[in-house]
Design a protein around this ligand. Sequence first.
Ligand code: SF4
Length: 331
Amino acid sequence: MTHAIEVRNLYREFQQRAGMAGERRSVRAVDGVTFSLSAGDVLGVVGESGCGKSTLARLIMGLLPPSSGEVLVDGRSLAGMDRRERARLIQPVFQDPFSSLNPRQRIRDIVGLPLAAQGALSSRLQADRVMEMLARVGISSEMAERRPAQLSGGQRQRVAIARALVLRPRIVVCDEPTSALDVSVQAQILNLLAELRRELGLTYLFISHNLAVVEHIATEVAVMYLGRIVEQAPVEDLFRTPAHPYTQALLASVLTPEPALGIPDVGLGDAYPDPANIPSGCRFHPRCPQAFDKCAQTMPDNIRQDGRLVECLLAVSPPAKREATPGLAPA
Ligand code: SF4
């Protein structure tokens, strides 16, 4: 079966200068990430700041080249595609709609820009497509004549979504698309994204700090830690029976200490490790409440069973039951 998107063994390393002597050190921000999604899936990617989720999004969008590995859409590798071809397949929706929209342009020109860059439609067809897409996201023809500063934050994010979808891409990478919005507007934008997914058969990669938001929109969830996916499972399985100790800590921390931002306090004591100095064995072992002797020496395998991936030496034992996370109800 051909997947809508397939990510194969993706790595990305950065060189940093550190210390008084400015010595070079390498940071592996994404460290062997593999997953595939079918059309209509929504993969929620969660983890603390610095876990590599935004770097993963940028690699998939083609904003950064991978150190190794590849990304395929509908079975075709993105390596070697030019920007226009890639734009027809993958589009982004970013966190801050205000900074991603040109303040001097009218809304209809902003949404028409990706079509103009492709140069494939007459101006009449292009204008029709723009107005059709704006109507789908709830922006009127009168608003289409305005500029971004004349719209609310929620309306601007609707415009950013229309711009992302006007080329009818296969994959949409949503990087914290609701975290700059008021809570009441967040729910409207999430519902709009869910509706557009159903109507247009879209596949989303959905990056978020906010576990309640991910539980609401995702069909599948990947938990990242120090550049690796340490657990991946269908959304209900992951939230009800988290198998990896890190996932358990993330879910136990939900809505604290800053509920409005959804930033978790994982309650794991030690600070997030330095990505340039990854611990031996299981990279989570210095913070893991369930660590045992072997964990400091042995890197766990990816255990895949019953549609779930877990990277933990305890993965052979079934996880304990857990109550559903309070917050937004699943879509
Ligand atoms: Fe914790 Fe050991 Fe499992 Fe790593 S392998 S998550 S340290 S129990």
